[in-house]
Design a protein. Sequence first.
Length: 259
Amino acid sequence: MTFNPIEDRRNQKYTYQELKTFWQGPGRIVQRTKEQNPTLYAELHAAGEAANLIGKSLSPNPQPYVKNYEPAPRQYSADELAAHGRHSEADVRAFFADAKKANEVFTSDRNLYEQWRESAVAFGMFKSREVPYVPVKLPEPEPLHRISDLLADESHLERGTSLPWEQVQQLVAQKVQRDRQVQEAVAAKAESDRQLEIEKLTTAQKLEQDKRDKEVRDLQRLSELIAPKPIVTPEPIALETARAIAQERKSVEVPIIGQ
């Protein structure tokens, strides 16, 4: 193909003057272009080299020598690092070597067992589960409440004992019931003593009244005995006899019919 200098300039993306202005202009613009638009900078650099405005770039820094047969160090995930830090490899191997203990943990606390297994997987003892284990959310333990020293003493418990609130309520209810029984016993004893005292006083008063009544009767009898008797003059016998005969006649007299 025949060289055509006019056509060659026409096909250039940047003119000679534009390249000269860029590369011989303020250095801050060149540096800013290099930092913010590396693709444009490389393009302008290649065009400047072709226009003999700048020299070729220096060769890049040689890469450090790395043996090809050495495998790259393994990168552990955050979960694997946590599994490594949770238990040592010796502890994990000892745990699974005791099949009975491992089975007991599996039965009693599945979440704890899975933590041991994750550590074993991290140490290469087992393969990861195809279906990841979803930890079971255990119910939160019920908060405990410290009972008073008085309630602990009356309930025959050690001072400072902490119990669930439901048990604390039961102990309080039992204390109230005991107090009520004591109050009722005291009231019953007081009522019994009151009745005995009333009965005793009533008996004493009755005896005292009987004594006073007897004294009154004795005084009345004594008065009767010592009082002088009035002198009664007897009716003449003849008069008394006549009155008796008249009374007798009156009682036996029968009226005659028709009279």
